[in-house]
Design a protein around this ligand. Structure first.
Ligand SMILES: Nc1ncnc2c1ncn2[C@@H]1O[C@H](COP(=O)(O)OP(=O)(O)OP(=O)(O)O)[C@@H](O)[C@H]1O
Length: 258
């Protein structure tokens, strides 16, 4: 796959925070027009990795390219939508007022406001003050703001956290629709089940990439029946017990380990 098919290219990325290395020599590429899940337990480095993509994280070593430009390049501002874990919208403004404000900042038109409100299914709450919305509704307002201007890449940090199963399903349906319309998405989650909704998976643990694969590829490679067990098998393979085969041995990676 050539560079043109990738929306994100990372080489030798190392990030130190507070004197500790939290991302170790990451190499990865995210293909365009796919929903790519960045899965890993709490503290594995997901947010740190996403922050590097939008240029707000100091990088110790390596390169991070987004849409063919260095991460953080001003030309990317309108092409990358980023939603952080805490909703970054104004509680004392209505849904529409929030989005009009962000549309003005981004130079997007009023029609775009109606489009993004529809996209996240908040039309019936458009006049409500954001402070009166539920947590899930509020996070959809943040998502709507990220959709303004039709970015080519959406970077979403744990967008489904705290949502009930119905809302989670609806949000993943929305991600699939955005992908079908041509957007590339990188979505972080610590809920391994959400792997089934992703076209590709990046599994992160302790700042290291355990896997960069499709779900079927991952299951076949590890012989596991779900992503949680695949994750555990990969962890076993990278931390061998005393006297066992070295890390990266084909013990589990190719076979059907029990
Ligand atoms: N400002 C900071 N200073 C020092 N260490 C930090 C800082 N922010 C995060 N870390 C550490 O970096 C590591 C990765 O954190 P990060 O927030 O990227 O993980 P995460 O996978 O997003 O976790 P979560 O799912 O809980 O949000 C953790 O060990 C965390 O304690």
């Amino acid at each position: 796959m050539g560079n043109n098919d990738h929306v994100i290219g990372i080489r030798g990325l190392r990030v130190d925070r507070g004197g500790t290395t939290v991302l170790h020599e990451l190499d990865l590429a995210v293909p365009e027009r796919q929903v790519v899940g960045l899965l890993g337990p709490s503290g594995s480095g997901k947010t740190t990795l996403l922050r590097t993509l939008v240029g707000v994280q100091v990088v110790t070593a390596g390169t991070v390219d987004v849409l063919g430009r260095p991460a953080g390049d001003p030309t990317l501002r309108h092409q990358v939508g980023y939603v952080t874990q805490s909703p970054s919208v104004y509680a004392d403004l209505s849904v529409t007022e929030n989005l009009r404000y962000f549309a003005t900042v981004l130079g997007a038109g009023a029609r775009d406001v109606a489009r993004v409100i529809d996209a996240v299914d908040l039309a019936r709450h458009a006049r409500r003050r954001v402070g009166t919305l539920s947590g899930g509704e509020r996070s959809r307002v943040s998502l709507a703001a990220a959709l303004l201007g039709e970015p080519r890449l959406l970077v979403l940090d744990e967008p489904t956290v705290g949502l009930d199963p119905v809302l989670r399903r609806d949000l993943w349906d929305l991600f699939a629709r955005l992908r079908d319309a041509g957007t590339s998405l990188l979505v972080s989650s610590h809920v391994m089940d959400e792997a089934t909704r992703c076209d590709r998976l990046l599994l992160l643990r302790d700042g290291r990439l355990l896997a960069d694969d499709t779900l079927p590829g991952l299951l076949e490679r590890t012989g596991a029946h779900d992503v949680e067990h695949a994750f555990l098998r990969l962890v076993e393979d990278t931390i061998p017990p005393d006297g066992a085969a070295p890390a990266g041995s084909p013990r589990h990676l190719g076979g059907k380990a029990s």
